[in-house]
Design a protein around this ligand. Structure first.
Ligand code: G3I
Length: 385
């Protein structure tokens, strides 16, 4: 089936995306991307509430990743963050490379500053992340070996979780355990991390058990990416995540939720609402909650014109959130940053034309964008929890 541009506009993006049709030219070509634009979409929002207030009205949480350098140095940004967010997750400061200057020491200075910032603005706090193969300290490869890996692993989780016990809404206990982007040759698609090599597959179970023993109150989350689209690598990831969650549940692992990162791509068209709904249902039917933990919309390949770009980014937020918020097990949405002034995508996914990227709800001058409206609308339309 081939659609013309007129059909595309008439059917609306959701329909086109759900059936995965390119508009008569290469799927990521300029013409195709322009054809995705729908200037008639309604992003009107009523009322004056912030995102956290709109989310809370539905029994949901909204928040964002924030980091020490920006929140401690940019007072205007910190005020905006406090106004919009009901939950904060440190973007980097609770990772090993920040907490572990040496094998024998812990440095909680920046992480504690963020925990205090959250507390003093009545925000909840999420921890990210106890186990990940990236952002490990420089000493890691020299020091960690088959003999000491388990002791170092357990000590890290125990110490960090105890340090924040009673303060954490949730912990990303294991991050990106599955190789979303790669085929590792393993049937379970587990990523080849040092922990897998030293401790075997049950490093994941062990991490959750140690975390649960150190803080019985925090919600314990398995967090992963590449779960959003109806494309082979995301479909493989979804299947692998479901298998892993089933395995953990069957073992009695104290896991409470799945975190879906949701780093979305403004030029990806293979969004299949029914397939995503089914995935969320499958996760929920295991008795797990779901958090959208790192939402943003990359605009690297979108047309330069800000009006078109912002509209497309907003419609991606809208299409995605309208599906996920329909699922009652989804309890929280966090964006990975709040303002385009501070986003990892500027460094990791810059635009070829060097224009500043615009993936978040607020622009670089802290003005609301259509993306803000799209998120606000999604909360306003969400069923109450
Ligand atoms: O801390 C050093 C600093 O000492 C040095 O001067 C500076 C020079 O570039 O680098 C600093 O480290 C940077 C670090 O962020 C802290 O700012 C690294 O270069 C940079 O690569 C690192 O990027 C982070 C990235 O994770 C690492 O993979 C991003 O800020 C952070 O947004 C991103 O977050 C991840 C989530 O944890 C997991 N899911 C994907 C998400 C996006 O990649």
């Amino acid at each position: 089936m081939t659609l013309t541009r007129r059909h595309t506009l008439k059917l609306g993006l959701g329909t086109v995306a759900s059936i995965g049709v390119s508009a008569g030219c290469s799927p990521h070509g300029k013409q195709h991307l322009q054809a995705l634009d729908n200037p008639n979409q309604d992003f009107t929002v009523t009322g004056k509430g912030s995102l956290k207030q709109r989310a809370a009205a539905k029994g949901l949480l909204y928040g964002a990743a924030g980091n020490y350098p920006t929140l401690s140095e940019d007072a205007q940004f910190a005020a905006l963050f406090a106004q919009e967010c009901g939950i904060l997750v440190p973007e980097n400061e609770m990772k090993w490379s920040f907490l572990r200057p040496t094998p024998d020491t812990f440095d909680f200075t920046q992480a504690d500053w963020l925990a205090k910032f959250a507390r003093s603005h009545n925000m909840l706090l999420r921890g990210h992340t106890l186990v990940w193969h990236q952002q490990l300290p420089d000493w890691f490869n020299e020091v960690v070996n088959q003999q000491n890996a388990e002791q170092i692993f357990v000590k890290h989780i125990e110490t960090v979780v105890k340090h924040y016990a009673g303060q954490m809404h949730s912990w990303d206990v294991v991050n990106e355990g599955i190789a979303g982007a790669y085929n590792t040759g393993r049937s379970d698609r587990l990523y080849d991390t040092p922990w897998l090599r030293f401790l075997g597959k049950d490093y994941i179970d062990l991490a959750f058990r140690v975390a649960a023993a150190a803080d019985s109150k925090a919600m314990l989350v398995y967090n992963d990416f590449a779960l959003d689209y109806d494309i082979p690598r995301h479909n493989d990831s979804k299947a692998a995540v479901l298998k892993l969650l089933e395995y953990l549940k069957a073992k009695g692992t104290p896991i409470h939720a799945l975190g879906i990162q949701a780093h979305l791509n403004g030029s990806e068209t293979q969004f299949n609402p029914n397939q995503l709904r089914q995935f969320l249902r499958d996760v929920a039917s295991m008795g797990l909650k779901i958090l959208i933990t790192e939402l943003d919309v990359e605009d690297k390949n979108l047309p330069a014109a800000i009006s078109i770009r912002d509209r497309r980014v907003a419609s991606v937020y809208k299409d995605y959130l309208s599906v996920v918020l329909d699922e009652p097990a989804v309890i929280a949405v966090l964006t990975w940053g709040l303002s385009d002034r501070y986003t990892w995508l500027s460094q990791f996914n810059p635009r070829p034309d060097k224009l500043p990227v615009r993936p978040l709800p607020f622009d670089a001058n802290f003005n609301r964008k259509l993306a803000w409206n799209a998120i606000a609308q999604a909360f306003d339309h969400a069923p109450k929890r």
